[in-house]
Design a protein around this ligand. Structure first.
Ligand SMILES: *Cc1c(COP(=O)(O)O)cnc(C)c1O
Length: 346
């Protein structure tokens, strides 16, 4: 597949942004920087970040065993998703394919950019409907968004299904792996060398426990990363976030312990919720949340709220009638939730 033919003509014509700082590592370097109109008095944040925060990029590259030029960092993965849409989809002409019920941002990004969203519902078992997707696609279908594990359903898409889409879809396939650290299925990262149209997005917002610092990561071929780099804001990831992320990545053991605890919490909640009469169905999950079908989602949502517990009512999503999405909390929070659920009247 020729990625060049997928790029918006305006983006293709752009020269990459160059900053005076591109070539220098200001952190620890003995240079005298009089080039960027910064205040020279050291506060640890008086300098601009690198256009490519390569310390963090290199660390992730080593951790994930990809090349640094296959990585782009964003202000959350939401920014990465936005860059993908803006780099490849021509407003008013191109379209994207999304598979509801899924993460709402794909649709929003398409709408903001005046890109048609072709929604192809997941099957009853929340797997992609391959033939319907391929049928919905045309030569203007630039991006197919796969969210696996999927939000809000919690399941992963089967390897067979994803492979078939990677082979048959003629545009970019974005696999949003925001929840991959909770999953028993392996990341699709290893496949980026085999599929030039594959883009993986991950985030530090969920398992890494750093939603506040807004760091999202895009993994793809060098060719795709170069395109996205052309249109990203030069200093899109700030210095404080980079420090925090680097600190977190030096302590993967803690991260793994937290993920293990969250998975235990998930098992606990699923077990306990089996006996709640108004919970009609508990969907299997490979993420840090559980989708449950209840008798009356609006009513149960309100009852929980009255007891100061906030969950997400996903009833407005197709196939999610009367469904609540519950994030796994700490052991104390999970117990508090179960105790309340058991107390609520029928
Ligand atoms: C939470 C979430 C994101 C957003 O990640 P940020 O990095 O915080 O922007 C992306 N995709 C899915 C599926 C999510 O649930």
């Amino acid at each position: 597949m020729d990625i060049q033919t997928l790029i918006r003509p305006t983006v293709k014509a752009l020269a990459p942004y160059t900053s005076a700082r591109d070539d220098f590592d200001q952190i620890g370097a003995k240079m005298t920087f009089l080039d960027a109109n910064e205040n020279p008095f050291d506060t640890t944040v008086n300098r601009y970040p690198n256009v490519q925060p390569f310390q963090l990029i290199n660390k992730l590259a080593a951790l994930k065993q990809v090349s640094p030029n296959q990585i782009l960092l964003g202000n959350g993965s939401d920014e990465v998703l936005d860059l993908i849409v803006r780099a490849f989809c021509e407003p008013g002409i191109d379209n994207v394919i999304t598979l509801p019920p899924t993460y709402g941002m794909y649709k929003v990004l398409a709408a903001i950019n005046n890109i048609e969203n072709r929604a192809v519902l997941l099957n009853r078992n929340f797997q992609p409907n391959i033939s319907a997707i391929l049928q919905a696609a045309d030569s203007h279908s630039k991006v197919l968004f796969l969210c696996s594990p999927n939000n809000p359903t919690g399941n992963v898409f089967s390897v067979k299904n994803v492979l078939e889409l990677l082979q048959k879809f003629k545009g970019l396939v974005v696999i949003d792996e925001a929840y991959i650290d909770f999953s028993s299925q392996e990341s699709w990262l290893n496949a980026i060398d085999d599929y030039p149209n594959l883009i993986i997005t991950q985030t530090m917002s969920k398992a890494y426990g750093m939603a506040g610092i807004r760091i999202g990561v895009c993994y793809a071929s060098k060719e795709i990363i170069e395109v996205l780099n052309k249109i990203k804001a030069p200093y899109n990831v700030n210095v404080l976030s980079i420090y925090k992320a680097l600190e977190k990545l030096t302590n993967i053991a803690t991260l793994k312990k937290e993920v293990a605890k969250i998975k235990e919490g998930s098992t606990f909640l699923i077990e306990e919720m089996q006996s709640i009469p108004f919970i009609k169905k508990i969907y299997p999950t490979e993420a840090n949340f559980i989708l449950v079908k209840v008798d009356n989602a609006a009513k149960r949502y309100q009852q929980l709220l009255e007891h100061k517990i906030v969950v997400r009512d996903r009833s407005s999503q197709p196939l999610c009638n009367n469904c609540l999405r519950i994030t796994v909390g700490t052991q104390t929070q999970n117990k508090q939730l179960v105790k309340l659920l058991k107390k609520l009247e029928l």
